[in-house]
Design a protein around this ligand. Structure first.
Ligand code: ZN
Length: 282
Protein backbone atom coordinates (compact mmCIF):
# COMPACT_ATOMS: atom_id res chain seq x y z
CA UNK A 1 0.00 0.00 0.00
CA UNK A 2 1.72 3.14 -1.16
CA UNK A 3 -0.88 5.94 -1.34
CA UNK A 4 -4.14 6.41 0.53
CA UNK A 5 -7.26 8.58 0.31
CA UNK A 6 -6.71 12.29 0.94
CA UNK A 7 -8.86 13.47 3.89
CA UNK A 8 -7.75 17.10 3.79
CA UNK A 9 -10.18 19.34 1.84
CA UNK A 10 -7.53 22.08 1.53
CA UNK A 11 -4.71 22.05 -1.08
CA UNK A 12 -2.66 20.15 1.50
CA UNK A 13 -3.08 16.40 1.95
CA UNK A 14 -3.48 13.95 4.83
CA UNK A 15 -4.07 10.21 4.84
CA UNK A 16 -6.34 8.50 7.40
CA UNK A 17 -3.49 8.23 9.90
CA UNK A 18 -2.81 12.00 9.79
CA UNK A 19 0.33 11.28 7.79
CA UNK A 20 1.64 12.05 4.33
CA UNK A 21 1.13 8.92 2.19
CA UNK A 22 -1.33 10.61 -0.15
CA UNK A 23 -1.60 13.68 -2.35
CA UNK A 24 -4.17 16.42 -2.78
CA UNK A 25 -7.45 15.08 -4.15
CA UNK A 26 -6.47 11.38 -4.17
CA UNK A 27 -9.72 9.39 -3.97
CA UNK A 28 -8.45 5.83 -3.61
CA UNK A 29 -5.94 3.35 -2.27
CA UNK A 30 -2.89 2.39 -4.37
CA UNK A 31 -1.47 -1.15 -4.24
CA UNK A 32 2.06 -1.33 -5.68
CA UNK A 33 4.20 -4.31 -6.65
CA UNK A 34 7.15 -5.23 -4.46
CA UNK A 35 8.95 -7.07 -7.28
CA UNK A 36 8.62 -5.23 -10.62
CA UNK A 37 8.90 -8.55 -12.51
CA UNK A 38 5.35 -9.24 -11.28
CA UNK A 39 4.07 -6.66 -13.76
CA UNK A 40 5.04 -8.92 -16.66
CA UNK A 41 4.18 -12.19 -14.89
CA UNK A 42 0.72 -10.88 -14.00
CA UNK A 43 -1.00 -10.12 -10.71
CA UNK A 44 -4.79 -10.52 -10.69
CA UNK A 45 -7.08 -7.74 -9.56
CA UNK A 46 -10.19 -9.26 -7.96
CA UNK A 47 -13.63 -7.94 -7.06
CA UNK A 48 -13.74 -6.50 -3.51
CA UNK A 49 -17.36 -7.59 -3.12
CA UNK A 50 -20.17 -9.12 -5.17
CA UNK A 51 -21.96 -6.93 -7.69
CA UNK A 52 -22.59 -6.04 -11.31
CA UNK A 53 -20.02 -4.59 -13.74
CA UNK A 54 -21.42 -1.22 -14.83
CA UNK A 55 -18.37 0.12 -16.69
CA UNK A 56 -15.22 -1.32 -18.16
CA UNK A 57 -12.42 -0.05 -20.39
CA UNK A 58 -9.49 -1.80 -22.03
CA UNK A 59 -7.08 -0.88 -24.83
CA UNK A 60 -5.10 1.89 -23.10
CA UNK A 61 -1.32 1.38 -23.36
CA UNK A 62 0.82 0.64 -20.31
CA UNK A 63 3.21 3.55 -19.83
CA UNK A 64 4.49 5.51 -16.86
CA UNK A 65 2.68 8.85 -16.93
CA UNK A 66 4.61 12.01 -17.76
CA UNK A 67 3.45 15.52 -18.63
CA UNK A 68 3.55 14.72 -22.35
CA UNK A 69 0.80 12.11 -21.81
CA UNK A 70 -1.67 14.68 -20.42
CA UNK A 71 -3.66 15.01 -23.64
CA UNK A 72 -3.59 11.28 -24.40
CA UNK A 73 -5.03 10.26 -21.01
CA UNK A 74 -7.43 13.22 -20.68
CA UNK A 75 -10.77 11.79 -19.44
CA UNK A 76 -9.28 8.28 -19.31
CA UNK A 77 -7.03 8.89 -16.28
CA UNK A 78 -8.23 5.56 -14.84
CA UNK A 79 -6.76 3.73 -17.83
CA UNK A 80 -8.01 0.20 -18.23
CA UNK A 81 -10.62 -0.01 -15.51
CA UNK A 82 -13.74 -1.61 -14.11
CA UNK A 83 -16.59 -0.19 -12.02
CA UNK A 84 -18.72 -2.57 -9.97
CA UNK A 85 -22.11 -1.59 -8.55
CA UNK A 86 -22.84 -3.24 -5.19
CA UNK A 87 -25.93 -3.18 -2.96
CA UNK A 88 -27.09 0.01 -1.19
CA UNK A 89 -25.42 2.45 -3.54
CA UNK A 90 -21.89 1.19 -3.00
CA UNK A 91 -19.43 1.21 -5.90
CA UNK A 92 -15.84 0.10 -6.32
CA UNK A 93 -13.59 1.22 -9.17
CA UNK A 94 -10.35 -0.45 -10.26
CA UNK A 95 -7.83 1.54 -12.33
CA UNK A 96 -4.56 1.34 -14.31
CA UNK A 97 -4.93 -2.32 -15.27
CA UNK A 98 -2.75 -3.93 -17.90
CA UNK A 99 -3.73 -3.49 -21.55
CA UNK A 100 -5.61 -6.55 -22.79
CA UNK A 101 -6.07 -8.00 -19.31
CA UNK A 102 -9.64 -6.94 -18.47
CA UNK A 103 -11.68 -10.15 -18.41
CA UNK A 104 -15.16 -8.94 -17.44
CA UNK A 105 -17.88 -7.40 -19.61
CA UNK A 106 -20.43 -4.68 -18.88
CA UNK A 107 -23.49 -6.15 -17.16
CA UNK A 108 -21.65 -9.19 -15.87
CA UNK A 109 -22.42 -10.36 -12.33
CA UNK A 110 -19.29 -11.01 -10.27
CA UNK A 111 -18.71 -12.64 -6.90
CA UNK A 112 -16.27 -11.39 -4.29
CA UNK A 113 -12.78 -12.52 -5.37
CA UNK A 114 -13.59 -12.96 -9.06
CA UNK A 115 -10.70 -11.82 -11.29
CA UNK A 116 -11.32 -8.57 -13.20
CA UNK A 117 -7.96 -8.04 -14.88
CA UNK A 118 -4.29 -7.60 -13.96
CA UNK A 119 -2.22 -4.86 -12.34
CA UNK A 120 -0.77 -2.52 -14.96
CA UNK A 121 0.34 1.06 -15.53
CA UNK A 122 -2.29 2.46 -17.93
CA UNK A 123 -3.84 5.93 -17.72
CA UNK A 124 -2.47 8.50 -15.28
CA UNK A 125 -0.20 6.22 -13.25
CA UNK A 126 3.29 7.18 -12.08
CA UNK A 127 4.19 3.54 -11.31
CA UNK A 128 2.59 0.11 -11.84
CA UNK A 129 -0.21 -0.27 -9.31
CA UNK A 130 -3.86 -0.89 -8.73
CA UNK A 131 -5.89 2.16 -7.72
CA UNK A 132 -9.05 1.12 -5.83
CA UNK A 133 -11.77 3.69 -5.25
CA UNK A 134 -14.73 3.00 -2.95
CA UNK A 135 -17.84 5.19 -3.11
CA UNK A 136 -21.29 5.24 -1.57
CA UNK A 137 -23.42 7.41 -3.80
CA UNK A 138 -21.17 10.39 -4.52
CA UNK A 139 -19.27 10.09 -1.26
CA UNK A 140 -15.64 8.97 -1.44
CA UNK A 141 -15.11 6.26 1.17
CA UNK A 142 -11.67 5.42 2.53
CA UNK A 143 -11.71 1.68 3.36
CA UNK A 144 -9.35 2.50 6.24
CA UNK A 145 -11.65 5.19 7.66
CA UNK A 146 -15.14 4.55 6.25
CA UNK A 147 -16.85 7.03 8.60
CA UNK A 148 -14.40 9.76 7.53
CA UNK A 149 -12.84 10.09 10.99
CA UNK A 150 -9.07 10.22 11.05
CA UNK A 151 -7.32 7.77 13.35
CA UNK A 152 -4.07 9.50 14.19
CA UNK A 153 -3.39 7.03 17.00
CA UNK A 154 -3.69 4.00 14.71
CA UNK A 155 -7.00 2.84 16.23
CA UNK A 156 -8.77 1.54 13.14
CA UNK A 157 -12.28 0.48 12.23
CA UNK A 158 -12.00 -0.44 8.57
CA UNK A 159 -13.93 -2.00 5.70
CA UNK A 160 -11.27 -4.64 5.08
CA UNK A 161 -11.84 -8.28 6.01
CA UNK A 162 -8.16 -8.33 6.92
CA UNK A 163 -6.79 -4.81 7.25
CA UNK A 164 -3.54 -4.50 5.29
CA UNK A 165 -0.80 -3.06 7.49
CA UNK A 166 -0.02 0.62 7.20
CA UNK A 167 3.66 1.23 6.61
CA UNK A 168 5.02 4.75 6.52
CA UNK A 169 7.45 4.21 3.64
CA UNK A 170 9.53 1.19 2.79
CA UNK A 171 12.26 -0.26 0.63
CA UNK A 172 10.66 -2.46 -2.00
CA UNK A 173 13.33 -4.02 -4.13
CA UNK A 174 17.08 -4.42 -4.69
CA UNK A 175 18.41 -5.09 -8.17
CA UNK A 176 21.73 -5.37 -9.99
CA UNK A 177 22.80 -4.00 -13.36
CA UNK A 178 25.82 -3.06 -15.46
CA UNK A 179 24.79 0.62 -15.39
CA UNK A 180 22.87 3.13 -13.29
CA UNK A 181 19.35 2.30 -14.46
CA UNK A 182 16.65 4.67 -15.64
CA UNK A 183 14.02 5.07 -12.91
CA UNK A 184 11.22 4.12 -15.33
CA UNK A 185 13.03 0.83 -16.06
CA UNK A 186 13.31 0.18 -12.31
CA UNK A 187 9.57 0.70 -11.87
CA UNK A 188 8.69 -1.41 -14.94
CA UNK A 189 11.13 -4.25 -14.22
CA UNK A 190 12.99 -3.70 -17.49
CA UNK A 191 16.51 -2.98 -16.17
CA UNK A 192 19.22 -5.03 -17.98
CA UNK A 193 20.22 -7.57 -15.32
CA UNK A 194 22.76 -9.85 -16.97
CA UNK A 195 26.25 -9.52 -15.49
CA UNK A 196 29.54 -11.11 -16.61
CA UNK A 197 33.23 -10.71 -15.67
CA UNK A 198 33.43 -8.22 -18.57
CA UNK A 199 30.46 -6.03 -17.58
CA UNK A 200 31.48 -2.35 -17.89
CA UNK A 201 30.28 -1.62 -14.35
CA UNK A 202 28.63 -3.33 -11.41
CA UNK A 203 25.73 -1.40 -9.90
CA UNK A 204 23.25 -2.15 -7.14
CA UNK A 205 20.04 -0.14 -6.97
CA UNK A 206 17.23 0.09 -4.49
CA UNK A 207 13.63 1.14 -5.05
CA UNK A 208 11.48 2.49 -2.23
CA UNK A 209 8.36 4.52 -1.53
CA UNK A 210 7.25 7.08 1.02
CA UNK A 211 10.76 8.13 1.96
CA UNK A 212 11.12 11.35 3.91
CA UNK A 213 13.56 14.22 4.07
CA UNK A 214 16.22 13.29 6.61
CA UNK A 215 15.84 9.52 6.23
CA UNK A 216 19.19 7.72 6.17
CA UNK A 217 19.80 5.18 3.43
CA UNK A 218 22.77 2.88 3.99
CA UNK A 219 23.92 1.00 0.90
CA UNK A 220 26.62 -1.64 0.78
CA UNK A 221 27.74 -3.75 -2.19
CA UNK A 222 30.32 -6.48 -1.68
CA UNK A 223 31.82 -9.23 -3.82
CA UNK A 224 34.43 -12.00 -3.69
CA UNK A 225 37.25 -9.38 -3.58
CA UNK A 226 35.65 -7.21 -0.89
CA UNK A 227 33.70 -3.97 -0.99
CA UNK A 228 32.64 -2.69 -4.41
CA UNK A 229 30.84 0.39 -3.13
CA UNK A 230 29.42 1.72 0.09
CA UNK A 231 27.47 4.91 0.83
CA UNK A 232 25.26 6.43 3.48
CA UNK A 233 22.86 8.97 2.02
CA UNK A 234 20.70 11.46 3.90
CA UNK A 235 17.66 11.80 1.68
CA UNK A 236 17.17 15.48 0.78
CA UNK A 237 13.37 15.51 0.29
CA UNK A 238 10.13 13.61 0.72
CA UNK A 239 9.53 11.24 -2.18
CA UNK A 240 6.51 9.11 -3.09
CA UNK A 241 8.87 6.96 -5.19
CA UNK A 242 12.63 6.78 -4.57
CA UNK A 243 15.56 5.11 -6.32
CA UNK A 244 19.26 5.18 -5.45
CA UNK A 245 22.20 3.32 -6.98
CA UNK A 246 25.88 2.78 -6.18
CA UNK A 247 28.59 0.81 -7.97
CA UNK A 248 31.95 0.88 -9.63
CA UNK A 249 33.37 0.87 -13.16
CA UNK A 250 35.41 -2.14 -14.30
CA UNK A 251 39.18 -1.87 -14.09
CA UNK A 252 39.90 -5.60 -14.49
CA UNK A 253 37.56 -8.57 -14.98
CA UNK A 254 35.11 -9.00 -12.12
CA UNK A 255 35.94 -12.14 -10.12
CA UNK A 256 33.52 -15.03 -10.44
CA UNK A 257 31.53 -15.79 -7.34
CA UNK A 258 28.87 -14.43 -5.06
CA UNK A 259 27.99 -10.74 -4.62
CA UNK A 260 25.75 -9.22 -1.95
CA UNK A 261 23.82 -5.95 -1.88
CA UNK A 262 22.43 -4.56 1.37
CA UNK A 263 20.13 -1.57 1.81
CA UNK A 264 18.95 -0.20 5.12
CA UNK A 265 16.40 2.58 5.62
CA UNK A 266 16.65 4.44 8.93
CA UNK A 267 14.25 7.12 10.20
CA UNK A 268 14.88 9.02 13.42
CA UNK A 269 17.45 6.41 14.40
CA UNK A 270 15.05 3.49 13.89
CA UNK A 271 15.60 0.89 11.17
CA UNK A 272 12.45 0.75 9.02
CA UNK A 273 13.63 -1.85 6.57
CA UNK A 274 16.66 -4.01 5.78
CA UNK A 275 16.86 -5.62 2.36
CA UNK A 276 19.61 -7.94 1.21
CA UNK A 277 20.07 -9.75 -2.08
CA UNK A 278 22.73 -12.03 -3.54
CA UNK A 279 23.71 -12.66 -7.15
CA UNK A 280 26.44 -14.65 -8.87
CA UNK A 281 28.84 -13.89 -11.67
CA UNK A 282 29.89 -17.16 -13.32
ZN1 ZN B 1 -4.45 6.18 -6.88
Amino acid sequence: MQQYVDHDPSPKASDFSCSFLTYDGHKGTDFGLRDPALLDRGVFVVAAAAGRVVARRDGVIDKIYTAEDAERVDKIECGNGVVIQHDNGWQTQYCHMKQGSVTVTKGQIVAQGDPLGQVGVSGKAAFPHLHLSVRQGNRVVDPYAPNGRLSCDGDLETLWDLTPAYQQGDLLYIGFSDRVPEFDDVKMGTVPQELTPQSPALVMYVHGFGTQKGDQLELEFTGPAGTIAQQTITLPKDQAQMMRAIGRNRKADWPRGSYTATARLIRNGVEIQLLQKDMRID
